[in-house]
Design a protein around this ligand. Sequence first.
Ligand code: HEM
Length: 189
Amino acid sequence: MYGMVNQAVEALVTERFGEDTWRRVQARAGIADPLFVTMKQYPDAVTYQLVGAISAETGASVADLLHAFGVYWVEYAQRGPWGKVMMAAGRNARELLGALDAMHARIALSFPELKPPSFRTVPHPEGLLLEYHSERPGLTNFVVGLVQGVGRMYGEHVTAEPVTTREGGAAFDTFLVRFHGPLAEAGKA
Ligand code: HEM
């Protein structure tokens, strides 16, 4: 994945656990180069090793870390140069979730080697079903966090509940996304 993703992981760890923890994570993950380059493609293994090392260093589960990283990624991306592209893709969480492929396609103009996931939304009486197609395994909880983060960006309380998962033998992950209305308090979802 592009260095931007690993930089966001670094920002999350240094903000929540401090720079010493980040240094131990880097050592444990076997990362010799101290700086990630935003626009360089790194092997996916680097990101997966980082998450495993953070779990080992902090005691947080990989599932919880991926969820937290999903929420954080939206905040991080929003303050970065592509934040406007993301915001412009929808006027609310439901619209953005329906436009994720178009949004990643816009982003791919700047990241030519992007290997984005693909999402499809299907109407559902309780909200919508979100299909998540990816060549990468193990990111179900990341998507749960991302959906929550998208909601938070619009001041909405939005949840995603996995309905089918590849881990459970399905061809792709599906989430039931529910829209619970405005967030009660800023920063709480
Ligand atoms: C400005 C906003 C965003 C930017 C710049 C961005 C960019 C990226 C980048 C660089 C990657 C790594 C893929 C690669 O390097 O080949 C990625 C992966 C991913 N993105 Fe986005 N993204 C944004 C917003 C979102 C949102 C809002 C969602 C979903 C709600 C999302 C879902 C994902 C997922 C699930 C992956 C993991 C890769 C996979 O599943 O195969 N992204 N994105």
